[in-house]
Each structure stands twice: as C-alpha cells, then as structure tokens.
Design a binder for this molecule. Structure first.
Ligand code: FES
Length: 132
C-alpha cells in the first residue's frame, strides 16, 4: 500500500484555498515546535456562515494536504459546525494519514479553531450559539 492516499497526494499537489484574505474576520496561526511547521488560516464570515477561507502553510506535504482539505470542509458551513471540526475528520476525509503524520492534521484543526476564536474575540456579541 502506498504511504499516502491519492487524496493526500491530490491536495498536496493541487492545494485548494491557498492565499490570504486581507480583510479577514478571523485569523489563526499555529505552529508545531517539534517539526517547525506553521499554518495560518483566514476566515471571512457573514451571518455566521464561513463565506471564504484561505490558508498559508509553511510545512510538510501532509500539513498542506490537511489545510487544503480542512478549508474545503468548512467553506460555506456555519461557524458552529466549523468549531466542531476535528483533526480525525480531516484525516478521514483524506482517506487517512500515516500515524506519525497525524499531528499535521492537528495543526489544521488548531489553526481553524484559532481563527474562529479570533473572530469571537473581535465580535463577542456573536458568541451566542457559537462556542458551546
Ligand atoms: Fe510537522 Fe507535518 S511534519 S506538520
């Protein structure tokens, strides 16, 4: 069996949603101290729906594939749903990651959660119905 699934290779080679959003409503940046990889996620939110999402990832192929898939999974979704996105769901949507690469999908979960927390910090009035 190949080490990486076709989906991982596809999202690594053709990552979706790469870039930045200048006037983002929420920005989250996380890093992994052990491997040194960094991920930044930008969100545009209207009426509690994620209308746009972009990412920049300075990291390994699995981190790039995870950010690409994670952003696809939350695009067009309510904030409350994005808040519940787990790294496991990202890895499953990629048809799996090797065990020692699971931490790469954790970065995606944390970057999105960080961006949502940034959004709530800027818009505390939106918190109702968001973070449980
Ligand atoms: Fe660190 Fe992939 S090796 S995020």
């Amino acid at each position: 069996m190949a080490l990486y699934s076709e989906k991982v290779m596809d999202h690594f080679r053709n990552p979706r949603n790469v870039g930045i959003i200048e006037d983002a409503d929420g920005v989250g940046e996380v890093g992994n101290a052990r491997c040194g990889d960094i991920m930044k996620v930008y969100l545009k939110i209207e009426d509690d729906i994620i209308t746009d999402v972009k990412f920049e990832t300075f990291g390994c192929g699995s981190a790039i594939a995870s950010s690409s898939m994670a952003t696809e999974l939350i695009k067009g979704k309510p904030v409350s749903e994005a808040m519940r996105l787990t790294n496991k769901a990202v890895a499953e949507a990629l048809d799996g990651l090797p065990d020692y690469k699971m931490h790469c999908s954790v970065l995606a979960e944390e970057a999105i959660r960080g961006a949502l927390e940034d959004y709530y910090n800027k818009h505390p009035e939106k918190k109702k119905g968001g973070i449980a």
